[in-house]
Design a protein around this ligand. Structure first.
Ligand code: BGC
Ligand code: NOJ
Length: 805
């Protein structure tokens, strides 16, 4: 069952009912000011950091779960309705929500009044615009009252939900004309405030929530709206909001438009005040002025569309498969932008109050983002590398506002350093910008500790070399990619963090997964060294890679698949010897990608075992059989009920590893099959089972052992976004950046043999046609048969390429 449809020419998903199984959301904003918006206009806004600069309030655990956000009420006689259905919740005569690239529109009709609400964040400015168009399609004049409302968050989202004894006394606002300024804490240390305005005279306003809602009322029927008249309240403490009321008279056929703007500004500390207690409004006024006309907003909206058209033309596929086209051309790349921006911080599942930017997460997100905005990718790599420690290990997370490592979680996740190698190599393959390696980059953000970025990569690689266990395999530390494999933790008390409890590190527990990573990324590092004239170092690293390869073949192979790890007692994890958790997906994917045991056919065997034990209707499960009891020596993984999360769900992030691995052993059918199983557009028809958005990946889909098999959770912020795009665009469709140029090497299923990819790469636009013609087999560059798979770097601005299979 579906709740909408894809509108590919407009790059939108169109939701046709407000009653989706869960709120289906979208992201607004690209570079600083962000909003989350659901298909009923719920959500929240923040500036840079969802924890430290939350602008509007959001209630997690809410019932129902999606009130708040942008609240608009239209009072038409006795009927009160909302263009996005909520908050009024009045049945609409028609409803449509379009989630597009950085914007969401709602079009709805009630009693012959049509409302169109468009929400977006204009490029380069710190505000969200809500354009509301009203059209009277009836034969009579309509006298409407429109109410707006947003609820302010008191900036720090954790304190906001926490420290009521203080919070309820600190709220402060100013109201000037149609603009409501939120200035809580500005009198003391803050130099930023927010405002909510509308480009018309208002009939009234409210800034005090209790006045607006009335006693014991809820957002669906505020007393002020019922009465058709604002209370003109100015909050002092308690719960500050911002609400306008506007009288709108519409003749038959008449249309009126309003622009609401939610803005955020920062003021130089020495210019904070206009006069005592009165904030300096100059920067707000400039922003208000800029977007107070329809023409200005339309232009900003068109600029946003042009921005996305340009980004999405960098990699563009034309194939006979609509679902594939829409994922590759639109939604994969869009989700990559969102994960780049958010890491795992703010979604409807991530509160934005916990994790900031994750080291491994952001490094992997970059893999799908490089081609979109390489400059931002470069800056991000430097930010990430700056939280690394001198010994090559690293903080696991950092806060986007401060960019400082997060001391609460600390370090000790031993896969982390290698992801830095992965993303930096990918950046250079995309851009050819070797100068990034020279960029002076600090350790742990300590001034004076700067070393060229190359030194950071070197220390990353050496960290693995210097931290091996009894079998010569890398030590796992607190956990590797699988945060729930806590082999050194041994926690018996509820509430202790599985990741950080106790020392959480040990000299015995080893990870076969990190071994796979080291082989793959160690070799990439060695290639890089060769390219910059460090042949000796390249040879040394290759030698180390060989050692780990040999150790993995010897101690990391279980007979039919790769072992997952060795625990702190030296026992195998993910082996036929185990009672539960006999086989794990991660090493099957990564060790096969790395080519470990290739000559011995390990990859084929491992993937056959994946098929046999892990593949289900919606993807590949993370392990089997699931843990049914708590294993203190394994940690959080065995804390989840069977079939959920790391205990046997389809943890979609690692599905592309298996798919890429299948291409490494030349099995295009398996690669594409695995790709399709968990791919959102291919699951749209079972949205009532899947339940999350059909246009983006969710982190997990419940596995066969779970009562709710097939149900997805944690949509949007997942490393799947980047890996799925790498998988389909590079491994399957075969258009892969290398240090020396673009390589064309598809690995295709039987039913995909005629497609074109347009790829802009290092200043040249490649038109690559992949066709079936066994007589011609191979690569033709501008008509000339070319040995191998590489189109060398060149000066041309456009190149025609044919690749015959
Ligand atoms: C989740 C993991 C997540 C980790 C972050 C665990 O509870 O299952 O998916 O990476 O928390 O700390
Ligand atoms: C989600 C985390 O963000 C990611 O870093 C981790 O690899 C996976 N969970 C698996 O545990």
């Amino acid at each position: 069952m579906k709740y909408g449809y894809f509108d590919d020419p407009n790059r939108e998903y169109v939701i046709t009912t407000p009653e989706t199984p869960l709120p289906w959301i979208n992201y607004l904003g690209n570079d600083g000011f962000y909003g989350l918006i659901s298909n009923t206009a719920g959500g929240y806004d923040f500036y840079r950091d969802a924890k430290l600069r939350r602008i509007t309030r959001f209630r997690y655990n809410n019932v129902p779960n999606d009130f708040g956000g942008r609240m608009y009420y239209i009072k038409d006689g006795d009927t009160v309705w909302s263009p996005a259905f909520l908050p009024a919740g009045t049945a609409l005569d028609s409803y449509e929500c379009r989630h597009g690239m950085g914007y969401t529109t709602f079009t709805s009709v009630k009693n012959s009044v049509e409302a169109k609400l468009t929400a977006f964040v204009p490029l380069g400015d710190s505000c969200e615009l809500n354009m509301l168009d009203l059209v009277n399609n009836s034969g009579e004049t309509k006298e409407l009252t429109v109410f707006s409302c947003i609820e302010w968050c008191l900036w720090n989202a954790v304190d906001d939900a926490n420290n009521y004894q203080r919070n309820l006394s600190i709220g402060e606002l100013e109201v000037i004309g149609s603009t409501i300024y939120h200035k809580t804490e500005y009198r003391e240390r803050r130099n930023h405030y927010a405002f909510f305005t509308v480009n018309t005279d208002v009939a009234g306003f409210d800034t005090d929530r209790d006045t607006f809602l009335g006693a014991r009322r809820f957002w669906n029927d505020p007393v002020v709206v019922e009465n058709g008249k604002s209370g003109d309240s100015v909050a002092s403490g308690w719960y500050p909001i911002a609400s306008h009321s506007i009288k709108v008279k519409l003749a038959p056929g008449e249309k009126k438009s309003f622009i609401f703007q939610l803005g955020y500004v920062e003021v130089d500390r020495d210019k904070k005040w206009e006069s005592k207690g009165v904030i300096n409004k100059a920067p707000a006024k400039a922003l208000i002025e800029k977007y107070n006309s329809e023409a200005a907003c339309d232009k900003a909206f068109a600029d946003l569309a042009a921005y996305w058209s340009n980004l999405l033309s960098i990699y563009h596929l034309e194939s006979g498969n609509d679902k594939l086209n829409r994922m590759v051309n639109i939604w994969h790349q869009y989700q990559c932008m969102v994960t780049f921006n958010m890491s795992r911080s703010a979604s409807y599942w991530e509160t934005g109050t916990g994790r900031g930017m994750g080291f491994r997460d952001s490094c992997q997100d970059l893999l799908g983002f490089m081609h979109l905005v390489p400059d931002r990718a470069r800056a991000r790599i430097i930010d990430i590398a700056s939280i690394q420690f001198e010994n090559g290990s690293t903080y696991h997370q950092y806060q986007p506002l401060t960019k400082r490592g997060n001391a609460d979680i600390g370090g000790g996740f031993n896969d982390d350093p290698l992801w830095l190698v992965a993303c930096t190599c990918a950046y250079i393959r995309e851009t050819g910008d070797f100068t990034i390696l020279d960029h002076p980059t600090p350790f742990n953000n300590v001034e004076g500790s700067e070393k060229p970025l190359l030194e950071h990569l070197r220390r990353s690689v050496n960290f693995t070399i210097n931290n091996k266990g009894p079998h010569g395999l890398p030590l796992i530390g607190r956990a590797d990619w699988n945060d729930c494999l806590n082999l050194n933790c041994f926690s018996y008390e509820p509430g202790e963090s599985f990741q950080t409890f106790g020392p959480s590190e040990g000299p015995v527990a080893e990870s076969v997964f990190i071994a796979g990573m080291f082989v793959k990324y160690g070799l990439e590092y060695a290639d890089l060294c060769d390219h910059i004239g460090l042949a000796d170092e390249a040879a040394t690293i290759r030698n180390e890679v060989n050692n780990v390869k040999t150790a993995t073949e010897q101690f990391g192979w279980d007979g039919e698949w790769f072992v997952r790890a060795y625990d702190a007692n030296g026992n195998k994890v993910g082996s036929d010897e185990c009672e539960e958790g006999k086989i794990f997906i991660e090493p099957q994917g990564f060790c096969t990608m790395a080519g470990i045991g290739q000559e011995k056919g390990y990859g084929r065997k491992a993937l056959d075992s994946v098929k046999k034990y892990l593949v289900n209707d919606y993807g590949v499960e993370i392990l089997a059989p699931c843990y049914t009891t708590y294993h203190v020596e394994l940690g959080e993984i065995s804390s989840y009920p069977p079939g959920y999360k790391e205990n046997g769900a389809i943890f979609t992030h690692n599905n592309p590893w298996v798919s890429v691995a299948a291409t490494v052993i030349g099995d295009g059918d398996m690669a594409f099959d695995i790709y399709k199983r968990s791919c959102p557009a291919f699951l749209e028809d079972v949205s009532e089972i899947h339940r999350t958005e059909p246009y983006v990946y969710s982190q997990m889909i419940a596995g066969r052992s779970a009562p709710r098999y097939g149900e997805a959770k944690n949509s949007f912020l997942t490393g799947t976004a980047a890996w799925a795009f790498v998988d389909i665009s590079q491994a399957i469709l075969g258009i892969t950046p290398t240090l020396d140029g673009l390589s064309v090497k598809p690995c295709l299923p039987a039913d995909l043999d005629d497609y074109t990819v347009t790829r802009r790469y290092r200043g040249c636009e490649y038109h690559i046609h992949v066709l079936k013609d066994p007589a011609k087999k191979g690569l033709y560059v501008d008509g000339t048969a070319t040995e191998g798979n590489l189109i060398p770097i060149n000066d041309a601005s456009e190149i025609e390429v044919e690749y015959y299979i």
